[in-house]
Write a protein that binds this ligand. Structure first.
Ligand code: SAH
Length: 454
């Protein structure tokens, strides 16, 4: 194929950066031909080298920054952007929030949606927020080390300060690694598929400070597991749960099927919206506890509940939104496709003594159709789907069930815009969208949209 691009591979150019894509790449244009460049920001000038030329667009790499953006933050270490653990860390936080608002505005504009988009609700301290870590363990420079994968690669770059994780988790990982070295635990080798320990996972309750350590191993046996657990409990009094998960497969998937208790109990406790939650090894639990409360609060506000309503929480996970909404509604129906999450949700309802919620296992689009067939009267519908958004059959079911109000919690502006267009066709008018920054320093954009039926 002959490519008619105004640039050639390996060519060096001086360019002005005019935009930042949703993937965090700087954009320069040569005669309208876009070049995407990692690590540069709008309003910067850079010397670049073209590395790939496609028909419609190309890629280049930064050679030298000639003019810096006033929003550039000199990073502590570029290991964060090299690993993609914090791909926006070179952009000042207020500019990150503008960037995220613009992502939403742009997709709305393309879809001809005229919905007011509020300024993003950000964090006062946008680092150290993650309550969960999953770090690969490898043999690096002669010893067992943790780190993170280099972008587009399986190479683990050594790292002990993970920047966006709860510093207590980083600290615990260091202590645990020291103990593992003392017991000569063999780190996993991805090339030979040998060795024992693949990944360490840590969870820490934001309010409870309870900690869980999970060793994900290739081998069935973790040598000296009991002794290691005793040392960990001595060194880290917050640890209440030490678990092992076996994943013998050669795969990118972190967890295997078999999970065993090594010491303590098999869950940690935490709180969210004043409610108690028990979180086990593989439960889905929001990773930014402070911002989750901001997000849920917005969702509850948007639903304008008086206590008399019947509410559906679709894609309910372990029931966090359902349980937070329960005290503002007469009855809440949750629906979720993962069985263990539904069991967690029912359990969490019980420990909080909430009896006006009911969780159904199944696909939201199918259960919605069933509720409609059962002639369920629904006042408000809250949805929090995965990145791919709502199935069109789900949107059809909304049109049949006709809730007066709807709240759309989205983690992907592109599918949000698509779905809002389809919902408009069902008579739902979007009043506003409120982005909430759940993942500072990263490219993720989360938002709440309020809709009313006309
Ligand atoms: N509202 C929860 C979970 C949101 S994540 C919270 O805030 O914690 C999205 C959830 O949708 C996941 O739990 C996923 O298992 C579930 N899910 C994905 N596809 C689904 C489907 N077709 N029907 C029902 N649930 C689904």
């Amino acid at each position: 194929m002959k490519i008619n691009a105004p640039v050639r591979k390996n060519e060096t150019l001086t360019v002005d950066i005019m935009d930042l894509t949703y993937e965090g790449m700087g954009v320069a244009k040569i005669d309208n031909y876009p070049l995407f460049i990692e690590g540069v920001l709008p309003d910067e000038q850079a010397e670049i080298e073209v590395i790939k030329v496609n028909k419609q667009y190309g890629f280049a790499r930064l050679v030298k920054l000639l003019k810096k953006s006033p929003d550039r933050v000199e990073s502590k270490a570029n290991v964060y952007s090299q690993t993609g653990i914090a791909p926006l860390q070179h952009l000042a936080y207020p500019a990150q929030l503008d960037f995220k608002r613009n992502q939403v505005l742009n997709v709305f504009q393309k879809a001809h949606l005229e919905i007011p988009v509020e300024p993003v609700l950000g964090m006062e301290n946008p680092t150290g927020y993650r309550n969960k870590a999953q770090v690969p363990v490898r043999f690096i420079d002669g010893q067992l080390m943790t780190g993170f994968y280099r972008k587009h690669s399986h190479q683990v770059m050594p790292m002990e300060d993970f920047y966006i994780q709860d510093p207590k988790i980083d600290e615990a990982i260091k202590v645990v690694c020291d103990i593992l070295r003392r017991f000569y635990i063999d780190p996993y080798n991805e090339d030979t598929h040998k060795g024992v320990l693949k990944t360490i996972m840590v969870r820490r309750g934001y309010y409870s400070h309870e900690m869980m350590i999970v060793f994900i191993t290739r081998s069935k046996r973790l040598p000296a597991a009991r002794e290691i657990a005793i040392e960990i409990k001595k060194a880290l009094p917050e640890v209440v749960s030490i678990m092992q998960n076996v994943n013998a497969a050669q795969t990118n998937v972190i967890f295997g099927d078999e999970t065993k208790l090594i010491a303590g109990r098999d869950f940690i406790r935490d709180e969210l919206m004043g409610l108690k939650f028990e979180i086990s090894t593989q439960s889905f639990y929001q990773v930014n506890p402070l911002q989750t409360e901001v997000l849920y609060q917005k969702a509850i506000e948007a639903a304008e509940l008086t206590g008399n309503e019947t509410v559906i929480d679709a894609y309910s996970g372990i029931g966090t939104i359902s349980l937070a909404v329960a005290k503002h509604a007469k009855k809440v129906y949750g629906v979720e496709v993962v069985e263990s999450a539904v069991l967690d949700a029912r359990h969490n309802a019980k420990i909080n003594e909430i009896d006006n919620v009911e969780f159904t296992l199944g696909k939201a689009e199918e259960v919605m159709a069933q509720w409609q067939a059962d002639d369920l009267k629904v006042d408000a519908l809250i949805v929090d789907p995965p990145r791919k958004g709502l199935e069109s059959s789900f949107i059809d079911a909304v049109g049949e069930l006709k809730p007066a109000k709807m709240v759309y919690v989205s983690c992907n502006p592109a599918t949000l815009a698509r779905d809002l267009e389809l919902l408009a066709a069902q008579g739902y008018h979007a009043e506003w969208t409120q982005p909430v920054d759940m993942f500072p320093q990263t490219l993720h954009v989360e938002s709440v949209t309020k809709l009313v039926r006309q």
